[in-house]
Write a protein that binds this ligand. Structure first.
Ligand code: HH2
Length: 281
């Protein structure tokens, strides 16, 4: 199964891809306030690549439940200098976590190759056009509701079936807008309009989603459902986050969006060695 994002091409099955998280925000739930200074953000991006990240996901607007929306000018100011610098300095695929077509377009001009759209473009048809024109990659993520209200009372009859149906419907719309299947990664959106039980059901049902013919990207890293299970603060959730990554790799997930890059890469490579998927020398 092929995935293309501008000059980047992956053919699955292949060693798991790790996407390092770089939030240039004051309020992200785990790294908020750490990388608002562009120089520190670029240094952190280079560190993520040195730790084994093949993708860096740069976000200028927190999407944690109840986060304040950010206007376009401010999001551009936070994100674009970091995209431009990292695109020039590293060979990693640069991803931008945005819901705004204007930010996506500017990021693609500055050297980004992947647009990570947590809203699956429900509000702004221009975003898909920008992705299609650039031949960029696109993360199609499932969310029920909006970040402001999504955790109020999420409801599903069959969360795995409903997420799978959403992917099918959105893939058809994407193809109408000129985005090819090969450009798309699917993401069940752990924590986006889901209770603890919904998140666990999705993790248990990953095999169903990964049989839909597109690579799956999973973002579980340090999320609050792990805090609810173990009572741990975000920086104390690495063990469960890595366990979920290994579980998901067994279910066919190919791309992992994580804060703890070094630990996740090491765990995934160890699993691949044991499965004879990676040579030891
Ligand atoms: N999770 C977050 C943000 N963006 N994108 C995708 N595709 N999948 C995810 O699971 C996902 C995402 C939330 O995590 P984080 O960026 O660490 O926090 P915040 O939204 O507070 O910036």
């Amino acid at each position: 199964m092929e995935f293309t994002a501008r000059q980047h091409q992956w053919v699955f099955p292949r060693p798991a891809v790790v996407m390092g998280i770089l939030n240039v925000t004051p309020d992200s739930f785990s790294d908020g306030g750490c990388y608002l200074d562009p120089e520190r953000a670029v240094a952190r991006g280079e560190e993520l690549v040195a730790e084994g990240a093949e993708v860096i996901d740069i976000g200028g607007e927190s999407t944690r439940p109840g986060a304040a929306p950010v206007d376009e000018a401010e999001e551009l100011r936070r994100v674009i200098p970091v995209v431009r610098a990292l695109a020039a300095k590293t060979r990693a695929l640069i991803s931008v976590d945005t819901r705004k077509a204007g930010v996506a377009r500017a990021a693609l001009e500055a050297g980004a190759g992947l647009i990570n759209d947590i809203e699956a473009h429900r509000t702004d048809p221009e975003l898909w056009k920008a992705v299609a024109a650039a031949g960029a990659g696109y993360v199609l993520m499932h969310m029920q509701g909006t970040p402001g209200t999504m955790q109020v009372n999420p409801q599903y009859r069959d969360v795995v079936g409903e997420v799978a149906a959403f992917f099918e419907e959105r893939m058809r719309c994407l193809e109408h807008s000129g985005v090819q299947r090969e450009q798309v990664l699917l993401d069940p959106g752990i924590g986006f309009g889901k209770t603890l039980e919904h998140n666990l059901a999705l993790l248990r049902g990953l095999r169903v989603l990964s049989s839909a013919g597109r690579p799956i990207l999973l973002g579980v890293s340090r999320k609050s459902f792990i805090g609810r299970l173990f009572g741990a603060e975000p920086d104390q959730r690495t063990g469960a986050s890595v366990a979920c990554a290994l579980w998901a790799a067994d279910a066919g997930v190919g791309v992992f969006r994580v804060h703890d890059v070094a630990q996740t890469v090491q765990a995934l490579r160890m699993r691949e060695i044991l499965n004879h998927q990676t040579k030891t020398r």
